[in-house]
Design a protein around this ligand. Structure first.
Ligand SMILES: Nc1ncnc2c1ncn2[C@@H]1O[C@H](COP(=O)(O)OP(=O)(O)OP(=O)(O)O)[C@@H](O)[C@H]1O
Ligand SMILES: O=C(O)C1=C[C@@H](O)[C@@H](O)[C@H](O)C1
Ligand SMILES: [Mg+2]
Length: 175
């Protein structure tokens, strides 16, 4: 039996992109909490947050996370999943948590090319790439705290997947 693999990290670090590839390599299911949530809410994250606020969104996100965590699944999480202690605890105790760490400037480039504002509404009222530096400063210790493994995700997706598989195989050897 193989526990879930959770991908965490900032908006645009590649959780969805890498998660799909990784799931294929492992022959696991793939699940994306943002996509799951938008289907369940029947609206975009931006619309939901505008109507109900971030606090309600975080509550919905928590319920989604606990509902999707099954074995043989790669879970791409939302960028802010690590804000809640119960989410960090749930992930680190039910599976393997991988932090895709990406430099600020590369994140800015990726988010400028693919802003997806329906899924990534502003967190602070400032444009997403302008608020990113401060958001990273606040969240980096939380990503660090939640992660079993830190992967350099400034690289091409295929190389990131190889590095994750290596980390997971080390876990299997030491289990
Ligand atoms: N390793 C990579 N190299 C180059 N571009 C990448 C890489 N990973 C992702 N991208 C690109 O960056 C953008 C954001 O990727 P993705 O949606 O996978 O990030 P995410 O972590 O899931 O973001 P969110 O937290 O908002 O869900 C996409 O346009 C994707 O094609
Ligand atoms: O960084 C965040 O707090 C978020 C990231 C996205 O994945 C979405 O979960 C939502 O836009 C919030
Ligand atoms: Mg995503």
């Amino acid at each position: 039996m193989s526990f879930p693999v959770y991908l965490i990290g900032a908006r645009g670090c590649g959780k969805t992109t890498v998660g799909k590839l990784l799931a294929r390599q492992l022959d696991y299911h793939f699940c994306d909490t943002d996509q799951q949530l938008q289907q369940h809410l029947e609206q975009s994250i931006a619309d939901y947050v505008e109507q109900y606020g971030w606090e309600m969104f975080r509550q919905q996100e928590h319920q989604t996370l606990t509902a999707v965590a099954s074995n043989n699944t790669v879970v791409a999480t939302g960028g802010g999943i690590i804000l809640r202690e119960d989410n960090r605890h749930h992930m680190s105790h039910s599976g393997t948590v991988i932090w895709l760490s990406v430099d600020h400037q590369i994140l800015v480039e990726r988010l400028t090319a693919d802003p997806e504002i329906g899924q990534r509404p502003t967190l602070t009222g400032r444009p997403i790439t302008e608020e990113l530096y401060d958001v990273l400063q606040q969240r980096t210790p939380l990503y660090q705290q939640a992660a079993h493994h830190v992967i350099d995700a400034n690289q091409p997706p295929e190389k990131i997947v190889t590095d994750i598989l290596t980390a997971l195989s080390h876990d299997a050897l030491t289990a």
